[in-house]
Design a protein around this ligand. Structure first.
Ligand code: ARG
Length: 441
C-alpha cells in the first residue's frame, strides 16, 4: 500500500468540511482584525471559503489530499491564488482538528438530544394510550407483582432523561475554543483567541495549548454517554423481543419492524429490535477503541489521534439510526391488554398484599411472609389462584384473616394500593406522566 494513502483520512473526515470552513472563516476574520494579514486578503479568503462551502453543498468534490484541512486549503489556493496560503498563519492542523471535532460534536449533541426527545414522546404516547393496562411485573424474570404497563414503559423515558443530561454535561465541557494553540506551543503572532471564540459561539478558550492539541476527552465523554443510551435501547429492544414472542405474546410489532424468514413462512422476526440490541456491542467497542488510543499516548499531538474519527463517527451514525427507528416501533406496537391481564392470574401476584394485610393486623411482616408462603404452597397443591380461596381456607392458616382479606386480592386492587410516590398506582403513574410531559415539551 502507498504510505501516503495509508495515512490519509479524507475519506472519512470529509464530513468535517463545513466545520473546517466555518472555523477558517472565523480565523481569517481574526487575522484581519489583529492586522496579521491585510483586510482585503481576508475578504478574498472568506469569499473563497464561502464558495467552497456552497460548492460542497452542490456536490462538488475537493482535491484528493491527505485530509480535510489540506483539501480545503488547496482548493482555496486553486480558486483565489497564492493569497489563500495566508489563511494558515498562526494555525496548525493540530488545533484545527480539535476545533472541527468540537464544532461537529456540538451539532451532533443537539441533533441527538432532539432524537431522544422524539423517542421519549413515542414512549409517553404509548403509555398514555394504554393507561389502564395491567401487566405482570417481573424480578429475576419471575412474576412478581402486577404493575401498569404505562409504569413499566415510562421507566425508559426516565433513563433517556438522564441520557440527555449526560450529553448536556459533555457539551458544557466541550465549550472551550481550541484554535490559537497552533502545533502545541501557541504562536508568536498577536492573535485574539477570545474574538474567535465569540465568532464561533464558544463561551471560553482552552487554557493550555499542549493539553488542547492532545485532548480527546470530549469524544470519550460523548461516546460513553452514547454507550449508555445504547445500553438503555438494548434493554428496551430485549423486552420488545421477549414480549412479542409466542410465549409472552404481550405485544405485536408492526410488520415494517419485523422481517420474515427465508425458510419458515410463518415467521415474523423482530429484526429491528435485534439490530438495536446488537449494535450496542459495537458502540461499547468504539468507546474501548478510543480509550485505548489515548492510553499511554505521550503529549502532545501524535498521529494516533487521527484514529479517533472512525469510532466517533460510527457512534454518531449508529446512535442516530437506533433512536430514529425505535420511536415509531414503540408508538405503533399493539399492546395486548387481555393477554397481559390473563398473565397476571399466574404466579400469585397478590401474595405480598396478603402478607401486608396480616401486617396491618399487627403480625410482624416476617411472620406474615411465612404464613403466605404456606398459603401459596397450598394453592399450588389445589391448582387454584389466590383470589379463589375462601375465607375459611385463609383462616385455617391464620385467624387474623377476615372478610377484608378477600378484597385485597384482585389485580386492580393490588395495583391501586401501590400509591407511594413513584409507585404503580394509576394516580402515581399519571403524576409521573405529567412530569415527563413537561420535561419533553
Ligand atoms: N488528519 C489529522 C487528524 O485527524 C489532522 C491533524 C494532522 N496533524 C499533523 N501534524 N499531521 O488528527
Amino acid at each position: 500500500m502507498n504510505p501516503q494513502a495509508f495515512i490519509a483520512s479524507l475519506s472519512y473526515d470529509i464530513r468535517l468540511a463545513p466545520y473546517d470552513v466555518q472555523g477558517s472563516i472565523a480565523h481569517a476574520r481574526m487575522l484581519a482584525k489583529c492586522r496579521i494579514i491585510p483586510s482585503r486578503d481576508a475578504k478574498r479568503i472568506i469569499k473563497g471559503l464561502e464558495a467552497i462551502l456552497s460548492g460542497l453543498g452542490r456536490g462538488k468534490r475537493l482535491p484528493q489530499e491527505e485530509d480535510i484541512h489540506f483539501a480545503i486549503e488547496r482548493e482555496l489556493i486553486r480558486r483565489i491564488g497564492p493569497v489563500g496560503g495566508k489563511l494558515h498563519t498562526a494555525r496548525s492542523r493540530n488545533d484545527q482538528i480539535a476545533l472541527d471535532l468540537k464544532l461537529y460534536l456540538r451539532d451532533q449533541i443537539e441533533l441527538i438530544t432532539r432524537e431522544i426527545i422524539r423517542l421519549q414522546k413515542a414512549i409517553v404516547f404509548i403509555a398514555e394510550k394504554n393507561m389502564d393496562v395491567v401487566m405482570p411485573g417481573f424480578t429475576h424474570m419471575q412474576h412478581a407483582q402486577p404493575i401498569l404497563f404505562a409504569h413499566h414503559i415510562l421507566a425508559y423515558a426516565w433513563m433517556l432523561e438522564r441520557d440527555k443530561g449526560r450529553f448536556a454535561d459533555a457539551w458544557k465541557r466541550a465549550d472551550e475554543m481550541p484554535l490559537g494553540s497552533a502545533a502545541l506551543a501557541g504562536t508568536s503572532f498577536p492573535i485574539d483567541r477570545t474574538y474567535v471564540a465569540k465568532l464561533l459561539g464558544f463561551s471560553r478558550v482552552t487554557p493550555n495549548s499542549i493539553d488542547t492539541v492532545s485532548d480527546r476527552d470530549f469524544l470519550v465523554e460523548f461516546i460513553s454517554a452514547a454507550a449508555l443510551v445504547m445500553t438503555h435501547l438494548s434493554r428496551l429492544a430485549e423486552e420488545l423481543i421477549l414480549w412479542s414472542s409466542s410465549e409472552f405474546n404481550m405485544i405485536r410489532l408492526q410488520n415494517e419492524f419485523t422481517s420474515g424468514s427465508s425458510i419458515m413462512p410463518q415467521k415474523r422476526n423482530p429484526d429491528v429490535a435485534e439490530i438495536i440490541r446488537g449494535e450496542s456491542g459495537r458502540i461499547y467497542g468504539n468507546l474501548i477503541a478510543l480509550l485505548t488510543i489515548l492510553k499511554g499516548l505521550p503529549l502532545s499531538y501524535n498521529r494516533d489521534l487521527q484514529e479517533d474519527k472512525p469510532p466517533f463517527f460510527d457512534t454518531v451514525d449508529t446512535l442516530q439510526g437506533c433512536l430514529a427507528v425505535a420511536g415509531p416501533m414503540i408508538a405503533t406496537m399493539v399492546v395486548r391488554a387481555d393477554r397481559m391481564r390473563a398473565l397476571c392470574d399466574r404466579g400469585f401476584l397478590a401474595a405480598t398484599e396478603l402478607a401486608d394485610y396480616l401486617t396491618e393486623k399487627g403480625i410482624p411482616f416476617r411472620t406474615a411472609h411465612g404464613v403466605v408462603k404456606r398459603i401459596v404452597a397450598y394453592c399450588e397443591g389445589q391448582r387454584i389462584r389466590l383470589d379463589e380461596l375462601t375465607l375459611e381456607e385463609l383462616r385455617r392458616f391464620d385467624t387474623h384473616f377476615d372478610s377484608g382479606a378477600l378484597r385485597v386480592l384482585s389485580v386492580d386492587q393490588v395495583v391501586h394500593v401501590k400509591d407511594s410516590f413513584g409507585g404503580t398506582s394509576p394516580r402515581r403513574v399519571r403524576e409521573q406522566l405529567a412530569r415527563l410531559k413537561k420535561l419533553i415539551r
